[in-house]
Design a protein around this ligand. Structure first.
Ligand SMILES: [Fe+2]
Ligand SMILES: [Fe+2]
Length: 206
């Protein structure tokens, strides 16, 4: 009996977005057209995920690339992390995380986003190490293997970090803010910061 009832509800759940595992929009502030308030932010994350995959592919190509292409591959990796990912992280801390901290107060002077902020410091440290490796100009097999390993590990770390941002933090905004509030308090200030603008594909191509 229970199974029949669940199956009968399935089309309704799917129509409400239940297929993604995300909560439906029964909350009072959710966008009425079914789109989550954070949809645009999630789409930007998806663009960055594609570029994370490209960085990992460049790193994997290092072991078999002709010597004249190695410098270009390393530069492509470092440029993306340094000029695109890090500005995104900095804009998040100033705007998205600050808004999340206001939305979810925590006791003892801790911030709701402290763990994510700490992960940004780990990412920054790894990006700086890749930058140093690029500047050293060392293209020995050992140096290339170290860049490859560091890049692939960094991509994994950032993807896990994005998962927390999307599944935990953005979900809080979807549940507690309207689309208009999220636009006003997060999207517009992040764009105004001038550090989260690089949606085009020119940013890492030279
Ligand atoms: Fe982040
Ligand atoms: Fe992010």
């Amino acid at each position: 009996m229970k199974t029949i009832t669940s199956l009968a509800l399935l089309p309704l759940l799917l129509a409400c977005g239940g297929a993604t595992g995300a909560p439906s929009h029964a909350h009072p502030h959710g966008a009425r057209d079914g789109a989550r308030p954070t949809e645009g932010f999630r789409a930007h994350h998806a663009e960055i995920r594609t570029k994370l995959d490209q960085a990992a592919e460049r790193a994997m190509a290092l072991s078999s690339a002709p010597p004249e292409e190695v410098g270009e591959l390393i530069h492509g990796i470092v440029h993306f992390f340094h000029h695109e990912l890090m500005p995104h992280a900095q804009a998040e801390e100033r705007v998205l995380y600050a808004a999340a901290d206001r939305l979810v107060p925590t006791p003892h002077g801790r911030r709701y986003t402290d763990a994510l902020r700490y992960e940004h410091t780990v990412v920054a440290r790894e990006v700086a190490a890749l930058h140093d490796a690029m500047r050293s100009g060392d293209h020995s097999p050992e140096a290339l293997a170290a860049i490859q390993r560091r890049t692939v590990e960094l991509v994994g770390l950032v993807k896990a970090h994005f998962g927390v941002e999307e599944e935990v933090v953005l979900t809080v905004f979807d549940e507690l803010m309207s689309a208009e509030e999220f636009e006003r308090e997060v999207v517009a200030p992040m764009h105004a910061s001038g550090e989260d603008h690089q949606h085009g594909d020119a940013a890492h191509e030279h």
